[in-house]
Design a protein around this ligand. Sequence first.
Ligand SMILES: NC(=O)c1ccc[n+]([C@@H]2O[C@H](COP(=O)([O-])OP(=O)(O)OC[C@H]3O[C@@H](n4cnc5c(N)ncnc54)[C@H](OP(=O)(O)O)[C@@H]3O)[C@@H](O)[C@H]2O)c1
Length: 296
Amino acid sequence: MKPTVLVAGGTGNLGERIIKALIARGAEVRAIVRKGSKPEKVEYLTELGAKVITVDLSNAEELKQACQGASCVVSALAGLHDVIVDSQTKLLDAAIAANVPRFIPSDYSSDFTKLPEGENRNFDLRKEFHQYLDQSPIAATSILNGAFADILSYGTPLYSVKNYSVGYWGDKSDWKIDFTTMDNTADYTAAAAIDPSIPKILRIASFQISPNELVSVGKDVKQQEFKLVPMGSLEDFSASTKEERAANPEGEKELYPSWQGKQYLHSMFSVQNTPLDNNRYPDVQWTSAIEVISKI
Ligand SMILES: NC(=O)c1ccc[n+]([C@@H]2O[C@H](COP(=O)([O-])OP(=O)(O)OC[C@H]3O[C@@H](n4cnc5c(N)ncnc54)[C@H](OP(=O)(O)O)[C@@H]3O)[C@@H](O)[C@H]2O)c1
């Protein structure tokens, strides 16, 4: 019998890819969407072959009905406290009430379990949700993928093709940073969602690359010298980002204020995905650094 997986957040960038990957892997997919979700996104999920169910995420009974018979609930929701803590808690409660055996929360991040509180607001929300999740009678699995590889194209100080520069913090010019493409994250998550026995954490990376290696790959790909730029200590970076956060309280209502982007960079230089669980699903085709960087 085909496994049935319920996906929340399927109208989003990662969620849609997870649904595609689940269908490609032979799963029955139920996608829960909300009344206000964009109709063209919802229609697309139906075209892909998902059974779309419109739910009110605050309605426990509706959510429980939607979860009934699923073998895994996958969340790809994105948001702040109201989503990562409040809505995911309702989704988790519904999964438990419907006796769903497995749950994959919307983590898809650097390894926040190794980061102290206060260094990354969006990771702190995950930590808060995990306090509840960890006490729950359901097998939960976090997919920790480092940064999505497309952030290399955002022109951050870490990698800028405009300035031909690669920045690094502390003495970490040889520090390997974890990057995973969204497609690899989605395909791996789909494989995990239909795996009846998965551990609490799965750490993955399409590639791990240091600032020194980025300089060399950038040069090969762009046929241009890249400069390696020391950006100062991680402690100073953390302190200046905290000051920026305190001075911009309106950013607390935004998912990606400027200081949040800096907190992500800080996290990328603070924790690493070791050991990797990449080989657990041998059919996942990992994208290389050159493939990603040559498209920037
Ligand atoms: N590691 C990384 O570098 C990285 C980078 C980016 C994202 N991520 C993570 O990947 C995950 C998915 O992100 P994404 O970029 O795919 O997000 P996205 O494209 O913004 O999609 C967000 C999804 O969440 C739903 N949603 C948002 N607010 C909601 C609410 N209040 N109630 C119910 N549903 C709500 C949206 O539904 P509607 O269509 O109805 O709005 C949509 O389906 C998140 O955990 C995010 O933090 C990781």
